[in-house]
Design a protein around this ligand. Structure first.
Ligand code: MD6
Ligand code: FE
Length: 223
């Protein structure tokens, strides 16, 4: 998705800067506004099959707290948190079965978004799926359970809007606040791969696709 802002005279050239389809967030990190908008219904439909096989659950942090975000996974590796720590594993601890496969619809969007952001050949083996209901939040953290930090992360937002918190590689700096809407994708790698980030408490609302929640799909190459 590339649009010219200099040469052609079409209507879309007049978009204000914040609606630009591709917004640099930090070195190696970019926001692709609306990149998944036309795929949103397909992604939502595929998600129903995943949740039927691997139900939503509120995991426990290593410190013993129940996470406000409900989670599940698809892919060869699923992200798990419990009293013994964070890790990736092939088996869903609730069902005792392997996590469901990543649907082709998911893989296509993830690979196209990665390529648009300059990361060709992205083949994720893990997709962590987050569900935020009003009030749910994710405290500042780094994603560092993956083996190869040269691989980016592709993060797809569906449903209610959220305020994404994006800091630096140290916890000291106050994070920026970025509004993410349904269909927006953040691709995240290179020098930003270990940036601290989180999600502010979700405001209430009713989305035509997802209802009273925000869904986030984060694709990783974990293994
Ligand atoms: C979320 N996202 O947007 C949570 N992590 O619901 C993440 O924690 C995240 O969006 C790494 C890279 C991109 C992300
Ligand atoms: Fe994260």
């Amino acid at each position: 998705m590339t649009r010219s802002f200099e040469t052609t005279g079409n209507l879309f050239d007049e978009l204000p800067h914040d609606d630009a389809p591709k917004q640099p967030l930090a070195p190696g990190a970019v926001i692709l506004r609306g990149f998944a908008a036309r795929d949103a219904m397909t992604l939502w439909d595929s998600l129903q099959y995943i949740v039927a096989a691997a139900p939503w659950r509120h995991m426990t942090t290593p410190g013993g707290f129940r996470m406000s975000v409900a989670m599940t996974n698809c892919g060869a590796a699923g992200w798990i948190s419990d009293e013994s720590g964070y890790r990736y594993g092939p088996v869903d601890p609730i069902t005792g079965m392997h996590w469901p496969a990543i649907p082709d619809s998911f893989l296509g969007v993830a690979a196209r978004a990665a390529a648009e952001a300059g990361y060709d050949g992205f083949e994720p083996d893990a997709c962590l799926i987050n569900r935020y209901e009003p009030g749910a939040r994710l405290t500042l953290h780094q994603d560092r359970n993956e083996r190869d930090f040269r691989q980016p992360i592709v993060s797809v937002s569906l449903g209610l809007p959220a305020v994404f918190l994006f800091g630096s590689n140290t916890r000291k700096d106050r994070p920026r606040r970025i509004r993410l809407e349904s269909g927006d994708i953040v691709v995240w790698g290179g020098p930003s791969r270990l940036a601290f980030h989180g999600v502010a408490p979700l405001a209430d609302g009713d989305d035509p696709l997802t209802g009273r929640c925000r869904i986030n799909l984060t694709f990783r190459k974990a293994l």
